[in-house]
Design a binder for this molecule. Structure first.
Ligand SMILES: NC(=O)c1ccc[n+]([C@@H]2O[C@H](COP(=O)([O-])OP(=O)(O)OC[C@H]3O[C@@H](n4cnc5c(N)ncnc54)[C@H](O)[C@@H]3O)[C@@H](O)[C@H]2O)c1
Length: 249
């Protein structure tokens, strides 16, 4: 696995969806790299995994709510500011055919995945502008940002929307030293296993996604803005996903 060492010493990082599979790896990797991490999730029990972890502060909040964004940024201000925002929270488990999806479900997914990222990103960039300094946002997309999963229409709409949001921030605020990029992971599981439909031949580890996020947040990516970095073992690049089917031409 990774031997790359990033240095985020003294930097303040906000990670949402911190209690989830990728969120836990993000928090751990940033803290190992020296960052002071504010780990936010609506899953209060799940956040207990960080109890006693140095340089990690937890905060439970339902980020679909504007009040929660204000509470998170009150904590950011109390800590003296923010260097990196990672929009990672999402409702990942809904599966409903488009023909059956109802408006409350649609709104719930849009609010948790897309509205939350807007609420936090706009607060971050206003503070960076007012302080006359830059900052980095990394937002978690998905293959669904550019292709369609079956039975995940609302989720895919949020991922397309997050990529558009990330580009808009890059274009409107890049001149202020603000960078905004996406990571689009695929097939991330806790225990990496063989996968014949992925060109690399295996699934992706959460730590590999975290490393891509740290790269995009680091000065090594200083000229990357409005980018979508795929961490998927080549899945998105492949024309066919079912080897039993005839190759499309
Ligand atoms: N695992 C994968 O293969 C994969 C693939 C593509 C994209 N992604 C994306 O990566 C990110 C992390 O995925 P994961 O696999 O760790 O998912 P996960 O379900 O394990 O974690 C998501 C976390 O977000 C939190 N969350 C959801 N709604 C929230 C809200 N309103 N307020 C606060 N917290 C909220 C959940 O409580 C959970 O802890 C997501 O954005 C997901 O769409 C994951």
């Amino acid at each position: 696995m990774s031997v790359v060492r990033f240095d985020f010493g003294g930097e303040r990082v906000l990670v949402t969806g911190a209690a989830g599979l990728i969120g836990r790896a993000l928090v751990t990797r940033f803290a190992e790299a020296g960052a002071e991490v504010l780990a936010v999730d609506r899953d209060r029990e799940g956040l207990k995994v960080f109890a006693g972890t140095g340089r990690v502060t937890t905060l439970d909040a339902d980020l679909a709510e504007e009040e929660a964004a204000d509470r998170v940024f009150a904590e950011v201000d109390r800590r003296g500011g923010l260097d990196v925002l990672v929009n990672n929270a999402a409702l990942t488990h809904y599966r409903t055919p488009f023909i059956d999806i109802d408006a409350p479900t649609w709104d719930t997914i849009i609010a948790a995945n897309l509205r939350s990222a807007y609420l936090l990103s706009v607060r971050a960039v206003r503070r960076w502008r007012d302080a006359g300094r830059g900052g980095a946002i990394v937002t978690m997309s998905s293959p669904g940002g550019s292709r369609a999963h079956e039975d995940q229409s609302a989720y895919d709409v949020t991922k397309s929307g997050l990529e558009a949001l990330s580009r808009a921030i890059a274009v409107e605020l890049g001149g202020l030293g603000i960078r905004s990029n996406c990571v689009a992971p695929a097939s991330v599981v806790g225990d990496v296993r063989p996968a014949t439909d992925i060109p690399s031949g295996r699934t992706t580890a959460p730590e590999e996604v975290a490393d891509a996020v740290l790269f995009l947040a680091s000065p090594a990516a200083g000229q990357l803005n409005g980018h979508v970095l795929r961490v998927d073992g080549g899945l998105h690049a492949r024309l066919r996903t079912d080897p039993s089917q005839e190759q499309l031409r």
